[in-house]
Ligand binder design. Structure first.
Ligand SMILES: Cc1cc2nc3c(=O)[nH]c(=O)nc-3n(C[C@H](O)[C@H](O)[C@H](O)COP(=O)(O)O)c2cc1C
Length: 400
């Protein structure tokens, strides 16, 4: 093993206290799209638990780009709360990243009271409607919104920006040959489908300059054989690398639109997902859950086989995500040439896991990747085992 996950490490212009990043986990604690004390406490606890960078999700750059009206929307009214949030993260010695995004077809247009946007008129199931096909004027406005959102985030103290290019949110829906049937310069060839993502990245970098770290969360595979595939992702990663605006790429996979479980792997929380929904969505979820929420076998570092292909395609820093929960996983990632690791569910279960692992490298995470945290995004993101809402299978096993 050449490097330790707990050594300070450069990320673009930043020096991060270690190589651990808290992944974006939409926190569901911003009912009016504004920071609450609950959200600040959530991030303060994770920052105090030892990560190097704490990522705040999800920060929409436009009102129609919120997943629903409970997502943070980067606007002047949000600034005061965002400043308090970054102060709290910095106060615990961590750096703060904002996940910048636009939900596109994943947006709930009914909740947002704004039409969802897409590369064409494609289903936007959360609002039970079709997206509006983006015109060139819409694209120009979108780039202005990304610039303004990035500026606001940086002015509020964020050290880093994560640009969401995954999960079939807007830029990722443009990348997908399944969802993007445009005939203009934003559709057709991979170069054209990647144009929007590249323009967004360039707009954000041009706005904030070189002193802010910027990485992209890029899909490697949408979880559909007709969608975006890893060979195309390698080509897009090469394009992004040659554009020179990014400090790193965080490869991800899956689609909030078509195949959400591919993001996570493990048992789908079908029952609790249906229970967390209302009306027609609840009914639909009950019927379609077995098709929509598939079961992919979980194993540690489950995205590594795909991410390794990106590792071979580019030489820029990469952040390994997906099933990293212990020192062995961190070491494996660093040995494979990744510069950082990101962790989601394991930190919801134990916000202080980094400190525990640093003190004792044999520490095993208590996260059992049951995915019961997923449906809690609608009521304040949390691990229901940690809060005692559901029994801890590890305790049950130990006392059996
Ligand atoms: C409750 C929850 C909410 C999430 N919200 C987001 C989000 O807002 N944006 C995003 O890009 N990924 C989101 N993710 C995905 C995570 O960032 C990460 O990709 C996934 O959990 C796999 O990493 P893990 O194995 O370390 O949990 C979420 C994950 C969870 C568990």
């Amino acid at each position: 093993m050449s490097v330790s996950p707990f050594e300070p490490s450069p990320l673009g212009p930043l020096t991060v206290r270690n190589r651990l990043i808290k992944a974006a986990t939409f926190e569901g604690m911003t009912p009016r799209g504004l920071v609450t004390d609950e959200l600040i406490d959530f991030h303060r606890e994770i920052a105090a638990g030892g990560v190097g960078i704490c990522t705040v999700a999800y920060c929409a750059v436009a009102p129609e780009g919120r997943t629903d009206r409970g997502a943070i929307w980067l606007r002047p009214e949000a600034a005061e709360g965002l400043r308090r949030l970054t102060d709290a993260i910095h106060g615990e010695g961590a750096l703060a990243a904002a996940q910048l995004g636009h939900a596109g077809p994943v947006a709930n247009s009914v909740s947002n009271k704004a039409k969802a946007l897409g590369p064409g008129r494609i289903p936007a199931p959360m609002g039970g409607s079709l997206t509006k096909k983006m015109t060139h004027d819409d694209i120009r406005d979108l780039l202005v919104n990304y610039r303004n959102g990035a500026r606001l985030a940086v002015d509020c103290g964020f050290d880093a920006l994560e640009i969401h290019l995954g999960h079939n949110y807007l830029p990722s829906s443009f990348l997908s040959p399944l969802l993007n049937h445009r005939k203009d310069e934003y559709g057709g060839s991979l170069e054209n489908r990647a144009r929007l993502a590249r323009e967004i990245v360039a707009a954000v970098r041009n706005e904030v300059g070189p002193d802010v770290a910027i990485w992209a969360k890029l899909n490697m595979y949408d979880g559909s054989r007709f969608g975006f595939q890893v060979d195309e992702a390698c080509d897009v990663a090469r394009m992004l690398e040659s554009d020179g605006h990014l400090d790193a790429i965080e490869p991800t996979a899956g689609s909030s639109l078509l195949n959400p479980m591919y993001l996570f792997h493990g048992k789908p929380p079908r029952r609790s997902f249906a229970a967390s929904m209302h009306g027609i969505m609840k009914f639909g979820m009950r019927i379609f859950a077995p098709i929509f929420l598939k079961h992919y076998k979980y194993h540690p570092g489950y995205l590594l086989p795909l991410a390794r292909q990106l590792r071979h395609a580019v030489s820029m820093p990469l952040i390994l995500l997906g099933g990293i929960t212990d020192e062995a996983g961190m070491d494996m990632a660093l040995d494979e040439g990744f510069q950082f690791v990101a962790m989601g569910r394991a930190l919801l279960r134990e916000p202080n896991l980094p400190l525990l692992i640093q003190a004792d490298p044999t520490t095993e995470s208590k996260c059992v990747h049951c995915n019961e945290c997923m449906p809690t995004i609608y009521s304040g993101t949390r691990c229901p085992i940690r809060t005692g809402e559901i029994p801890d299978p590890l305790e049950a096993r130990a006392s059996a």
